[in-house]
Design a protein around this ligand. Structure first.
Ligand SMILES: Nc1ncnc2c1ncn2[C@@H]1O[C@H](COP(=O)(O)OP(=O)(O)OP(=O)(O)O)[C@@H](O)[C@H]1O
Ligand SMILES: [Mg+2]
Length: 303
């Protein structure tokens, strides 16, 4: 990937608050049209990194290029080309949802009819005339996403856009983001939902303590882990002793409701189970990004 084709180039960026190194030498590039995810526990430095790239914070050191430009000091040339949804969104006082969008759009000379399209896009059409402070948390979140997309930017930054959304709204937003990417736009976002990042992102950076611990496509990270596959059966279908004796089984254990087998060779295990007619209630769980995250940070994901 040449840097000229990169939407974002971050080189050795640093930011401290007193003694605390919030961002401690972070480097990565995001290609044009890429869907890039930044994951990490609370306080990892995700928001600080994003805000430095967006030109909202000045780094102590390092270099950032955003669409070939330096975002700091505030670069007005970039504003029409970038859309930003902040973790803590703020709106204009006392305006309705639709007026928020129209006001935002007018800053960029966007036709006000686009406000209706955006409300439709995020499923807020029936809240068009509601004052923003009367919206629920998830509805506000969706409005702030609509604001970020109002002027059809080339690159969109979203800081935990799905955090407060109900499952339906979350999936709708996935569709919206995928559609945006399909139109050639670049998306950089943070999330605590590893399943979501695995589905949406071309590549993810896993951060902790201000550093990037891993950066790759989710599938590569998961494969690199070489974690076992877990096959779960209803308890009683097979004994732990019999399960352990099957070819390819590394470990088997039982709880009150199920028997779980760990294996790195699921094929012979599954065919042996099929031969014994022991497929009742069978579930197969392969390693996920969550396992990669746990392995790297040594802690549970605190969503
Ligand atoms: N303005 C600030 N002043 C002092 N410390 C700050 C400031 N902003 C962030 N920090 C600290 O920097 C670290 C990184 O914060 P940041 O908001 O980037 O984390 P994050 O990865 O976005 O976390 P979260 O998942 O909770 O949103 C934290 O330890 C935080 O307390
Ligand atoms: Mg944050």
């Amino acid at each position: 990937m040449t840097e000229e084709r990169s939407a974002v180039v971050v080189r050795d960026v640093r930011k401290s608050y007193g003694e605390l190194k919030a961002v401690d030498g972070v480097s990565f590039t995001v290609a044009e049209g890429e869907f890039f995810g930044i994951l990490g526990p609370n306080g990892a430095g995700k928001t600080t990194t994003l805000e430095i790239i967006e030109g909202l914070r000045e780094p102590d050191g390092g270099e950032v290029r955003l669409l070939g430009e330096s975002p700091w000091p505030r670069n007005v040339k970039l504003l029409p080309r970038i859309g930003v949804q902040l973790q803590a969104s703020s709106f204009f006082d006392k305006l309705t949802a639709k007026e928020q969008l129209q006001t935002f759009g007018s800053l960029y000379g966007v036709n006000s009819t686009r406000a209706d399209e955006m409300l439709e896009l995020v499923g807020l059409t029936d809240k068009a005339n509601e004052q923003e402070n009367k919206l629920s948390g998830g509805q506000r979140q969706r409005l702030s996403i609509a604001c970020a997309l109002m002027h059809d930017p080339d690159i969109v930054f979203l800081d935990e856009p799905t955090a407060a959304l109900d499952p339906q709204a979350r999936r709708n937003l996935w569709d919206v983001l995928r559609a945006i990417q399909k139109r050639g736009k670049t998306i950089v976002y943070t999330t605590h939902y590893l399943d979501e990042a695995e589905i949406l992102c071309d590549r993810v950076a896993i951060m902790d303590n201000g550093r990037i611990l891993a950066l790759d496509p989710p599938a590569v990270l998961v494969r690199g882990l070489d974690a076992p596959t877990h096959v779960t059966l209803q308890k009683g279908v097979l004994s732990v002793v019999d399960a352990t004796a099957l070819e390819g089984v590394e470990e088997a254990h039982e709880d009150e409701v199920s028997l779980t087998i760990s294996t790195r060779r699921p094929a012979p295990v599954l065919s042996a189970l099929a031969e014994r007619g022991a497929l009742d209630g069978l579930q197969v769980r392969t390693a996920t990004l969550e396992d990669v995250f746990l392995n790297l940070t040594g802690r549970e994901y605190r969503a």
